[in-house]
Structures are given as C-alpha cells and as structure tokens.
Design a protein around this ligand. Sequence first.
Ligand SMILES: Nc1ncnc2c1ncn2[C@@H]1O[C@H](COP(=O)(O)OP(=O)(O)OP(=O)(O)O)[C@@H](O)[C@H]1O
Ligand SMILES: Nc1nc2c(c(=O)[nH]1)N=C(CO)CN2
Length: 167
Amino acid sequence: MKVVLSLGSNLGRRFQTLQGAVDTLFDAPGLEFVRASPIYETDPVGGPGGQRPYLNAVVVAETTLAPRTLLERAQSVENAFGRVREERWGPRTLDIDLIVVGETVCDDPDLTLPHPRAHERAFVLVPWSKADPEGALPGHGPVARLLEGLGDQGVRLRDDLKLQRPD
Ligand SMILES: Nc1ncnc2c1ncn2[C@@H]1O[C@H](COP(=O)(O)OP(=O)(O)OP(=O)(O)O)[C@@H](O)[C@H]1O
Ligand SMILES: Nc1nc2c(c(=O)[nH]1)N=C(CO)CN2
C-alpha cells in the first residue's frame, strides 16, 4: 500500500538530516522508495516564537509493513538523527510524520491516520502535491483541492537543494 511521509528539520544541518533520514528509512526491508518531493523552506507553524525556518519534504513509498511498524521505524530514525550531537539533551532536529498509510483510518493518540493536521498544513500539502499530483487525503479529498483553500503560509521552493534516492 501507498505511504506518504512528511519530513521536517529546523535545527542543525537541516538538509543533511533530511537526506540521512531518507537513506536510513529505506535501509531495511518492507518499505520501497517511490519518489521524493522538492525541498521547501517554510515558516514554523505553532510552537515557541523565534524558531528558525524548517526545511520540509514529502516522500512517497510503498510498504508491506503494518502502520505501527512504520511508526516505530520513523521514530527510530528520528532518534538516530533528531538530536544535535554536540549538545546533550539538545532539541530535536528531525520530525517524521505519517500522513497516510493506504486507506488506514486510526484514531489512537499514538497513531492517528490520516494525520489529523495534514489537511491544513501547506508545508505538507505543497511538497506532497509535487511528489504525487493525484494524491488525496482520505476524509478530506484531493491534495490539489485542499491547496486551493489555503493561504500563503510562507512555503518557498529551495531549488538549490534536492533529495537523492536512498543509497
Ligand atoms: N500520523 C502520525 N505520525 C507520526 N506520529 C504520530 C501520528 N499520529 C500520532 N502520532 C504520535 O505523535 C507523537 C509525536 O508527537 P510530537 O510532539 O513529536 O508531535 P509533532 O510532530 O511535534 O506535532 P504534530 O503531531 O502536530 O505534527 C508520537 O508520539 C506519535 O506516537
Ligand atoms: N513549517 C513547519 N512547521 C512545523 C513543522 C514543520 O515540519 N514545518 N512541524 C511541526 C510538528 O510536526 C510543527 N510546525
């Protein structure tokens, strides 16, 4: 089934973190890379003020894994990349959200699918629409239509950066 993952980083070496996360996510069986979106620089949504902008991207994949197994893999990659090494207890540098996993609908706080805030987040929808123009969010409709209703949330293409296929 199809999986859509949202990756974001706003601390440390943001691009290297995203590429490392992609390489590691696909380094085990059960998850096959299909396509990565372009990279966007985005204004932080929510959280404390004064944060650096994020780099965000969306990755489309195919999986035979159960949604919870995917969540565990995403969290272990967050743990591997998500901390600034030189700073003990430093802030997280990587967020990986499961946006959709096939047609799975799940309302557990530990795993809510589709992601409950994806439909209102330009930092998810803009890259997703580039990686997967036919994409749709179950319960909300086509990504292209969701985007029409969103204001400009400060999402800027970084065409100087490009994710490579995982090695
Ligand atoms: N679809 C999902 N993808 C990733 N994590 C999820 C999902 N649904 C629920 N979670 C849970 O959310 C928790 C992550 O919380 P965290 O504080 O990192 O949220 P966030 O990524 O900062 O914010 P947001 O959930 O708004 O994107 C994890 O413990 C995870 O179990
Ligand atoms: N621009 C941007 N803002 C965010 C992001 C993100 O990836 N990009 N992730 C968040 C928690 O998942 C909260 N806010």
